[in-house]
Design a binder for this molecule. Structure first.
Ligand SMILES: O=C(O)COP(=O)(O)O
Ligand SMILES: [Mg+2]
Length: 226
């Protein structure tokens, strides 16, 4: 089996636990020989800068699928307005002590510091009839649309690249990588991934964080997957 591209999470997957970039993982990604798409819950400028600094081509899925860019100088594709997320945020703000992240850089969802429990926020929103979800990636909380995720982002990116989602290998570590791993032709969870992601992955590495990505790429090469 041959795959044509790789979609890979940033935080927790090509970093150490404290978010420093894992240089060896970055080096392996630069020399992969197939297009590498960075897929993150973080904002577009963070994803694009990471792509540039690694030496990749600027193809990124950011804001958990809400904002997609196929190159450094191209206009991003933005999925939907964040009006519902803003309403949910203002509802929650009167009930919880929320700390919003990233200023006005976010276009489609809202990120929060992890000083509150995602399940409590979710239950409060459901009680008030909101159709909005709250996820905890271990790096931040995200108030987001249920219709947008890294899977829908991958589908959009694949079509923009003239590929099918099944042409992609996906690697990740967290709840926000689930739909992307489900859709991709082959999915790998690094050892620090949450148990739900490990359950749906085709392979789970024995090494954590960026070291897990180095191991994953070695496994994929051994299988001649690209
Ligand atoms: O932004 C986050 O919460 C986590 O980012 P990630 O998707 O790159 O792991
Ligand atoms: Mg992650």
């Amino acid at each position: 089996m041959k795959f044509k591209a790789l979609a890979i999470d940033i935080d927790g997957t090509i970093t150490y636990s404290d978010r420093r970039l894992h240089f060896l993982a970055a080096e392996h990604l630069r020399d992969l020989g197939i297009p590498v798409v960075l897929a993150t819950g973080n904002v577009l400028c963070y994803a694009a800068a990471t792509s540039k600094l690694i030496g990749l081509g600027g193809k990124v899925i950011s804001e958990n699928g809400g904002v997609i860019s196929t190159g450094f100088d191209t206009k991003p594709h933005i999925s939907e307005s964040m009006e519902e997320c803003e309403k949910a945020f203002s509802y929650l703000s009167s009930r919880f002590d929320l700390i919003r992240l990233d200023g006005d850089l976010r276009k489609t969802e809202i990120a929060l510091r992890r000083n509150v429990n995602a399940g409590d926020l979710q239950a409060s929103l459901e009680g008030a009839g909101f159709s909005i979800e709250v996820i905890d990636t271990q790096f931040a909380l995200h108030i987001k649309s249920k219709k947008v995720n890294k899977g829908t982002g991958l589908a959009k990116m694949a079509s923009l690249m003239g590929l099918d989602v099944s042409d992609f290998i996906a690697i990740g570590d967290s709840v926000n990588d689930r739909e992307m791993l489900e859709l991709a032709g082959y999915g790998i969870a690094v050892a620090n991934a949450d148990s739900g992601l490990k359950l749906i992955a085709d392979t789970v590495t024995s090494t954590s964080f960026g070291g897990g990505t180095v191991e994953a790429l070695e496994i994929l090469r051994r299988k001649s997957f690209f």
